[in-house]
Design a binder for this molecule. Structure first.
Ligand code: IVH
Length: 670
């Protein structure tokens, strides 16, 4: 067997194992065996760049590079559904269908309404060629690179399964509850803003500029609509059953019914049972099953007449507001929290609910002692949606006024332009901010001093032993332990972990410092671009804005951080303790400034490296990659099949075109 044949064999086998594992949940080989095959494939592909395939199973991990989404016009517009909220309207829909079909028999397909974001997938010759978000229904974003990381979406359909040569299939991209909860736990630990619900998390993730972020976050997808000129059957249900055999994840909970009673049974069953599903749903979708009948019924301007969505009621309860308290986060943002009489909601006892921000409180015209309606919909955190008018009396308690001073340190609160939150500006002295920064610093993805939990930090803070992250490096075993064997042992472990953190690479140290808006990705970008903290501390706003994916807010925040002498002293103390403040030798060796000042557009298909690899190379050598050609473009790195529109624009603007080999020469070491 040639290496090329082995590559093909491995790809086919791995696609099948992926499907067995992720869609069918019945793997036929062990994880180790799977990894071994994947490694073998990656190695062979490395030796044969000419056989690169974006749909190879090795591409599921996503790359680290920035995606610019292209806007794509949908071949068929992506309509939305008319919503109904009660069973009367469902009855009316059913009657309309019956009348529209003039007495002909019909079947209704009942489905769950998944709460994520819709996606359109195109397959040609059994290969995923494009994935586009709904956008405005007429055009959406091309998110193919991100979608490739979703394991339940097949990249390559098994040969001979009977799929049409060309078709479109639509469905919902979701974040399962368990991934959502894990993600939020991580974000909480890093004091990053939480996602309110799995839909926002899925949508934020799918539109992420980095496919590797998407790969880490475990999205899932259910497909619910097959379109094309050669679909196998007239029945929508039958088409989806066929699609399942081709490798798509199709819900097992779809049912075909012939009466209104059966529809109501389906609705009533899932209104309760949906709480046990691994993914969020917000209703039921009803569709006339026959496509011939669908065409006969047609559509209104916005939505098809043959389908309708029935939305579940979010569970609501009325209770009494007793007190509003305020929480100060690591960034100083102050969040108001309603404290209420306990009430049962979706199976849990709720005592506290978020009030978002000052504007929200004012809009509700909230008074202490008011009866309020609390809701727990798709959101994890309960929220107050309204004052329960039924209970409003002449004599209300005092009106809730947002505080003016920090509840923790007394500083006068401030509001930044364009932000809804009030902030405590005392970042150098406000205890939750100081403790929060330390917690962030020691967190797993930062310095990974994982033996220091929030309680120990609280304790050390209360005893006056730590005020900032540099103080950690002065701690002694004695200070950390009280009496007793175990405490001494765990104190030693902590000291060791603090010691070990000196080896943490610069990009993570930069993230650990907790500069506002400098998350893991931005920290990496800044480290790669500026190499060490001294250079970074001296860059100008303009230089920062020149860097790919660094916007105004991030740039200003970096400048502000380094303008504060306390931070400079902090860096000096940490440096004296041996922390890494420059890129490692190895990472530095890979860098150069051969493309400094160059703005480069990538277009077409390449033989030696993938597009993402070229983006990385451009950044590594100090250049900037942008999506569209303008007068500022230095040159276009062009592969095969560069689009005619781009070519024309390049000629018009006199932008030169560089081919792959020429480009690789440009960045070669002399
Ligand atoms: S069918 C023309 N089926 O709900 C039919 N949609 O407003 C188009 N959705 O944008 C959609 N689960 O994102 C359909 N089983 C399901 C669905 C579903 C969720 C979403 C979809 C669509 C929105 C309808």
């Amino acid at each position: 067997m040639t290496e090329q044949e082995r590559i093909e064999e491995l790809r086919t086998a791995l696609h099948q194992h992926n499907y067995n594992y992720y869609v069918l949940s019945t793997p036929t080989i062990s994880d180790q065996e799977f990894d071994a095959l994947l490694r073998e494939l990656a190695e062979l592909e490395g030796r044969h760049p000419e056989l690169f395939d974006p749909n190879s199973p090795t591409q599921r991990v996503g790359s680290d590079l920035t995606n610019d989404f292209e806007t794509v016009v949908h071949l068929r517009p992506m309509l939305s559904l008319a919503n109904t909220y009660n069973q009367e309207e469902v009855r009316a829909y059913y009657e309309r269908v019956r009348e529209g079909l003039q007495g002909e028999d019909f079947e209704i397909c009942c489905e769950l309404k998944f709460d994520g974001l819709s996606i359109s997938l195109h397959y040609e010759d059994g290969r995923l060629v494009r994935a586009v978000t709904r956008g405005d229904g007429v055009q959406g974003d091309d998110v193919t690179a991100n979608v490739r990381t979703i394991r339940t979406i097949p990249l390559q359909l098994s040969p001979g399964a009977g799929w049409p040569r060309s078709f479109e299939i639509r469905g919902e991209v979701l974040m399962p509850w368990n991934s959502f909860e894990a993600l939020n736990r991580e974000r909480e630990a890093a004091e990053e803003p939480l996602f309110a619900n799995p839909r926002n998390a899925a949508s934020g993730t799918l539109k992420s500029k980095q496919a590797s972020v998407v790969a880490d976050r475990h999205l899932d997808a259910y497909l619910y609509y097959l379109l094309g000129d050669e679909v196998p059957a007239d029945g929508h249900y039958e088409n989806l059953q066929a699609a399942r055999t081709w490798g798509f994840q199709v819900s097992e909970h779809m049912r075909k019914v012939r009466s209104l009673d059966e529809i109501f049974d389906f609705i009533n069953y899932w209104d309760v049972e949906r709480k046990n599903l691994p993914v969020a749903t917000d209703g039921i979708v009803l569709k006339v099953n026959s496509q011939r009948q669908q065409r006969a019924l047609g559509m209104t301007a916005k939505s098809p007449r043959w389908a309708i969505a029935y939305k579940f009621q979010a569970e609501q309860q009325s209770t009494v507001l007793r007190e509003v308290t305020y929480q100060v986060g690591r960034t100083g943002a102050v969040t108001p929290v309603a404290n209420m009489d306990p009430v049962q909601l979706s199976g849990t006892t709720v005592r506290r609910a978020t009030l978002n921000n000052a504007d929200f409180i004012a809009k509700l015209d909230l008074h202490l002692g008011d009866h309020v309606l609390v809701e727990k919909g798709g959101e994890i955190i309960p929220k107050i949606v309204a004052v329960d008018e039924a209970f409003i009396t002449e004599e209300r308690g005092p009106r809730v006024e947002f505080i003016r001073h920090c509840p923790e340190c007394g500083a006068e609160l401030v509001r930044y332009e364009g932000e809804a939150a009030w902030y405590c500006p005392n970042d150098a002295g406000c205890p939750p901010q100081l403790k929060g920064r330390i917690e962030h610093f020691v967190s797993r993805r930062a310095m990974d001093i994982n033996t220091l939990g929030p309680e120990t930090i609280d304790d050390l803070y209360a005893r006056g032993l730590i005020r900032n992250v540099a103080d950690l490096y002065d701690l002694t075993v004695d200070q950390l332990s009280g009496f007793g064997d175990t405490r001494i042992r765990s104190a030693r472990k902590t000291i060791q972990a603090i010691e070990d953190s000196r080896q943490v690479p610069f990009e993570r140290v930069l993230f650990a410092l907790g500069i506002r808006f400098v998350g893991e990705t931005v920290a990496k970008t800044l480290a790669r671009r500026f190499h060490d903290i001294d250079t970074l501390s001296r860059v100008s706003l303009d230089e920062l804005l020149q860097v790919n994916s660094i916007g105004q807010a991030i740039a200003e925040s970096v400048i502000r951080w380094f303008a504060d002498m306390d931070n400079i002293f902090l860096v000096e103390r940490l440096r004296a303790r041996g922390l890494q403040f420059q890129l490692s030798e190895q990472k530095l060796a890979e860098q150069s400034d051969r493309l400094a000042g160059k703005t480069i557009v990538i277009s077409g298909v390449f033989a030696h490296h993938s597009r993402d690899e070229y983006k990385a190379l451009i950044e590594q050598h100090g250049g900037k990659n942008t999506g569209s050609i303008s007068a500022k473009t230095s040159f276009i790195l062009a592969g095969d099949n560069m689009g005619p529109a781009k070519l024309e624009k390049a000629q018009k603007l006199g932008v030169s075109i560089v081919n792959e080999d020429e480009f690789l020469k440009m960045i070669e070491k002399d």
